[in-house]
Ligand binder design. Sequence first.
Ligand code: 5GP
Length: 188
Amino acid sequence: MKELHDRILKDGQSFDGGILKVDSFINHQMDPVLMHSIALEFVKRFSDLGINKIVTIEASGIAPAIMVGLEWGLPVVFIKKAKPKTMGDMYTAQVYSYTKDRTYDVCVSKNYLGKNDRVLFIDDFLANGNAALGAKDLIGQADATLVGMGFIIEKSFQEGATRLEKSGTRVESLVRIQTLKDNYIEFL
Ligand code: 5GP
C-alpha cells in the first residue's frame, strides 16, 4: 500500500533490534485519514468472504478495526489484556509480548464470540505472531471461524507470518518490512 509505505518512510523511526516506531500516526497520535485508507484496503482484500465480526486486541488494533467495522456495518470486538472484574464467562489465553518481554493473559467474553461468527482479525503489527496466535486460540475456543488476519505492518524478518500461514491462516499485510536498523527501513 503505497500511501502507508511513503508515510512510514517519512514519519517512522527505526531502531537496531528490529523495532519500528510509528507513534506519530498509528500507535499514539493517530491519523484518521490514513486509518480510513487502511480500512478500505482491508475491505478490498477481504471482500465476499461472509465476514460478520471484526476482532482485534487492545489497544493499537482498535482504531483500524473500528474503521473496518464502520465500512461494513459490522460489530467490532476487542480482546482485553486484563480480566475486568465485571466480565463473567470468558475465554482466556496467554500471550508473550516481544516488545514488553513478558507474558500476559488475554480474554474475551463468551457473549461476544460464538460459533456463528465468521471473524476477520485486525492488528497494527505482525512480528512473531504471538498476539495473533493468542487471538486465534480464543476464536477457536469460541468455535468461531477465523476467515483471515489483516495487519497494517508485517515485520517479515520475524516468524509471525510463517507461523500463521503454517497454521492454515490467511494473512494480509499492507506493508511488509524486510530489514529494520537504526535509521534504515527496507521493504519487501
Ligand atoms: P507479535 O505478537 O506478533 O510478536 O507482536 C505483535 C504486537 O507487538 C503488536 O500488536 C505490537 O503492539 C507489538 N509490536 C511488535 N513489534 C513492534 C514494533 O516494531 N513496533 C511497535 N510499535 N510495536 C510492535
